[in-house]
Design a protein around this ligand. Sequence first.
Ligand SMILES: [Zn+2]
Length: 305
Amino acid sequence: MGVAPRNAFPNAFTVDLEEWFQGLTSTNRQVERWEAFESRVVPATHLLLGILRQYGVRATFFTLGHVADRQPALIDAIYAEGHELGIHGYYHRFVYRLTPAEFDGEVGRSIEAVMRVNGEIPQGHRAPYFSVNATTPWAFEVLARHGLRYDSSVFPTRNMLYGFPGAPRLPYRVAENTLWELPASTVRWAGKTWPMSGGFYVRALPYAITRWALRRLQQAGEPAILYIHPWELDLGQRYNQVTPRERITHYHGRHGLAAKLHRLFTDFRFGPMRDLVANLEGEQPPAPANKPVGMPTVDTGMAHG
Ligand SMILES: [Zn+2]
């Protein structure tokens, strides 16, 4: 049930590229209102790009097709800085609320939107809200049919919004071995599987806990797969109709997030998902990712952290 990569490898840093109103569960389904909301994805993403640039981190941006079609210059800028472009659906729909045919349409349309910008076929997909679970056994086949190489849509434990308890924690092959599934990272502790890898967890947990969890994974030879949304860094949002749950899931801890990212990129190495997949397949080691400040420059072959 899942394999660790052959070589100690940097963690993967991923971004789910979407507008704040596409991520909020209350406004997510009101597509007819989206054009009326203030678009903030461009400045928020540039904040994040600046931090990544500072540490030489190359990441994977799972891009919503709706954003790619409206902000092609932003997608261009991300690509020009050497980041990987993956897909995140077109309208940010929960996969388990779609039929296989509707999901097929979401995937196809988002691939086209990203390809219109950079001309390259994306390799990876992340479902909105990690909404691939036991009720969507057809999802992997749809992704494989579109020629994708990997998926990162399984959240192998349960939280307030979503989850796929009992799914493998480590990368595993699906769709008759034609596709890799790389679940969001969790950590095993006290006999349980704990979530730790997303923007919410990095925002909500003291940095020392995040660092402990990453070190624990690295000691086990398991690269962490972290994710974040640009809106988590946006302190200027003025929408005041958020639900009590969204106040926690979307807004709690935003003020401390940038400082935590600086510490994270100082303490650990990160690369894009495509390098992690290449490593799983035994391909040549990718070009070095960021060299954390204070880390030895000679690579000992051991996991960092
Ligand atoms: Zn999303």
